[in-house]
Ligand binder design. Sequence first.
Ligand code: ATP
Ligand code: MG
Length: 322
Amino acid sequence: MVVLSVENLKVRYRVGHGAFIHAVEDVSFKVDEGETVAIVGESGSGKSTTALAIPRLLPPSATIAGGRIIFKGKDIMALSKSALNKIRGKEIGFVFQEPVSYLNPLIKVGEQIAEVLILHDGLDKKDAKLRALKLLEQVKVSDPHRVFNNYPHQLSGGMAQRVNIAIAIALNPSLLIADEPTSNLDVTVQAQILNLILSLKKELGMAVILVTHDLGVVSGVADRVLVMYAGKLVEEAPVKNIFDSPLHPYTKLLLKAVGRQTEVDRDEIRGSMPNLVTPPPGCRFLSRCPMRMDHCSEEVPEISLERGVRVLCWLYGDRRGS
Ligand code: ATP
Ligand code: MG
């Protein structure tokens, strides 16, 4: 069953003088119950904008300029504020990139978890505390009582992220969205947090959207991968296809960069993303594409279906090369 369906999502940010950044353009995808979908792409490709749009957590400068977001049959865009708050708290959990900054510095972390349970599940203080301690255990905190009484600044980055995950799963959401949940953590902690998300996913049967700029982390983690570039979804494929037979020239380049540790090596994908205030008229990947053809600069590519994979490139589809 489909949990989430995003159709032709279009998001722009107001940047003054009547100008907009066209951050997400015509992005469509579905997430099935219990499925893990990764969104990958380099910085600025629109991953967070897409992720934040789903529970409508975008900043005020952003406008959803088109498209539909259907979560469990409900049109997210049409919901009242209170209905939306219910979904945000209960049905969609969100884990952010900066673990500490999403916790209130003045409140003990255990109380912050308990507060969610009191507010949304109607538990009394005592039951909420017991359940919060259970949640800390569930996110593999070794000393739940101590951590319950800690303030956020007393936690390591990894521990703070575990607390955020505890809050995100507190109400058994059907969908967990994790936006670069490990990118500010040490490498060993990164793996632990990813494994934690995966084991919780199995335990709780939730679907997961995992946002990452590192294609390397998605193998063995995701079922399906969405590759974004400059606000466009350029390829959507089962994880195996992404690694064994990538189609889009950008996915191929991303794959080449996997496993390379230094910034110099990562620069293999030469050049930079186009300006998204005035995006180019044709393909947004044109300036960096080793396979570009003449008409790629004039016509926006259409999504085509190739062996069960969706790809946005003039090399594929009925009108290939035309
Ligand atoms: P990263 O890997 O760096 O997190 P991302 O793929 O998540 O990148 P987004 O944060 O979604 O990318 O950004 C997409 C585009 O929107 C970029 O051009 C970015 O500069 C712009 N953008 C993002 N947030 C804002 C904002 N609050 N105001 C204006 N522009 C923004
Ligand atoms: Mg981001």
